[in-house]
Design a protein around this ligand. Structure first.
Ligand SMILES: [Mn+2]
Length: 337
C-alpha cells in the first residue's frame, strides 16, 4: 500500500476510534456526544463512512468539515469509500452497482442533482456530472490514507497481511480482507480494524462490543452497525497515560428501550447463537416462545425464539437473521424519588 500516514500522538491524550458508520449520521453524532469528544481529543475514523445506510452524503460532509477544522481528526479508507476510484477510472460495472443499490453516496449525489440513473447511462456522463458538482468531496475521498501509523497503533480498515514488512500489504487486501481476528500479523503495533462485524467471531454469548486481543495485538471494533439487525456503532477510546495506554468502549444503537417488569435470572445452559455463516437449523422440540433446534453445521443445540425460525420452500429450516440464543439476567429497575 502507498498511502500510509504517520502520526504522533502525545502522551496524556485521548484517541477515539470509530469505524463503519455506513451513512448513519445521527448515530455518529450521538456517539461523539456520548464519549464527550472535544478539540483536545484525537479522532480516527477507520473506514466505511459510506454506503448501506441512508445518509452517506451527510457523513462525508460532516467528517470532511470536521477534519478541515481540526488537525487531530484523521480518516482511513474503507472498501465502501473507494467507489469514487471506480468513478474516476470509468469502471462500467459502477452503473450496474448504482442501479441496484438503494443507498449509495453516488446515488444520493445524483438524486440531489435531479439526475435519473438507469442501466443505459454511460459511466463517462455520470463521472463528468459528479466531478463538476462534487469535485472537492471526490478529491478528499480518493486521497484518504489506507493506513495510519503511530508508535503503538496501526489503524487500517480490514487488516494486514502476515508478512515481515506490513507496509507491503496490498491496498485491496488492507481494505477488504475478512475476519482479521482469526489471522495473525507481524507488526510491532496493535492493529485496530473495523470491516468485519465482531459478532461473527465465535463467542459464548454473542456480542457486538469491541474485542481486544492482547496476544495477537489486534483490536476489532465493527459493531455491525447497519449490517446486522441488532448492530451498534462502537467507539474504542484509547486513554494515553504516562505509563501505559488504557482502553474503554462506548456504543450507540437504534434498538428500542424496554422496561423490565419482573426479575429474571438466566439459565447458564441456554447460550450460543445462530450467526453467520451457520444459519441452517432443525427444530427438535417446539415450545410456546422458544424452540430447541439443532444448528446443522455445528451440531450445537440452541433455543431459538420462534419468530426467527423460517421454513424454506424446500422444507428446510433456517434462522431469518442472526439471533442470540443466550439468556441474560435482568433486574427490575427501581426509581427513588
Ligand atoms: Mn468494510
Amino acid at each position: 500500500m502507498d498511502k500510509i500516514k504517520k502520526l504522533s500522538i502525545p502522551e496524556r491524550s485521548r484517541v477515539i476510534v470509530i469505524s463503519d458508520i455506513h451513512g448513519e449520521i445521527d448515530l455518529f453524532k450521538e456517539l461523539l456526544m456520548k464519549v464527550h469528544f472535544s478539540n483536545e481529543d484525537f479522532l480516527i475514523v477507520n473506514g466505511d463512512l459510506c454506503e448501506k445506510g441512508t445518509n452517506s452524503k451527510a457523513v462525508v460532509d460532516y467528517i470532511m468539515d470536521l477534519s478541515s477544522k481540526n488537525a487531530n481528526v484523521h480518516v482511513t479508507e474503507g472498501n465502501c469509500d473507494t467507489l469514487v476510484h471506480d468513478l474516476l477510472d470509468e469502471n462500467p460495472e459502477l452503473i450496474k452497482y448504482l442501479s441496484n443499490r438503494p443507498h449509495s453516496l453516488l446515488n444520493e449525489w445524483l438524486e440531489q442533482l435531479g439526475f435519473e440513473l438507469h442501466e443505459q447511462v454511460e459511466i463517462q456522463e455520470v463521472k463528468e456530472l459528479l466531478l463538476y458538482h462534487f469535485s472537492e468531496e471526490i478529491k478528499w475521498l480518493s486521497n484518504l490514507a489506507t493506513a495510519i501509523e503511530t508508535d503503538k497503533y496501526i489503524f487500517v480498515h480490514a487488516g494486514l497481511e502476515d508478512r515481515e514488512d506490513w507496509r507491503q500489504t496490498e491496498r485491496a487486501t488492507a481494505i477488504t480482507m475478512s475476519s482479521f481476528l482469526d489471522k495473525t500479523h507481524k507488526a510491532d503495533q496493535y492493529v485496530v480494524v473495523g470491516h468485519w462485524p465482531v459478532v461473527n467471531y465465535l463467542q459464548d454469548i454473542p456480542s457486538h462490543n469491541t474485542i481486544i486481543d492482547d496476544e495477537k495485538k489486534i483490536i476489532a471494533i465493527d459493531g455491525g452497525n447497519v449490517i446486522k439487525d441488532t448492530g451498534q456503532l462502537n467507539a474504542l477510546v484509547i486513554h494515553k497515560t504516562a505509563n501505559e495506554d488504557l482502553f474503554s468502549h462506548a456504543c450507540v444503537d437504534h434498538l428500542p428501550s424496554r422496561k423490565v417488569i419482573k426479575d429474571f435470572s438466566k439459565d447458564e445452559k441456554v447460550k450460543g447463537s445462530v450467526e453467520y455463516p451457520f444459519y441452517e437449523i432443525l427444530p427438535v422440540e417446539y415450545g410456546d416462545h422458544f424452540t430447541l433446534c439443532e444448528q446443522l453445521e455445528t451440531n450445537e443445540m440452541l433455543y431459538v425464539k420462534n419468530e426467527y425460525i423460517h421454513q424454506n420452500d424446500n422444507g428446510r429450516y433456517t434462522a431469518k437473521t442472526d439471533v442470540s440464543c443466550s439468556q441474560i439476567s435482568e433486574t427490575e429497575e427501581i426509581f427513588y424519588p
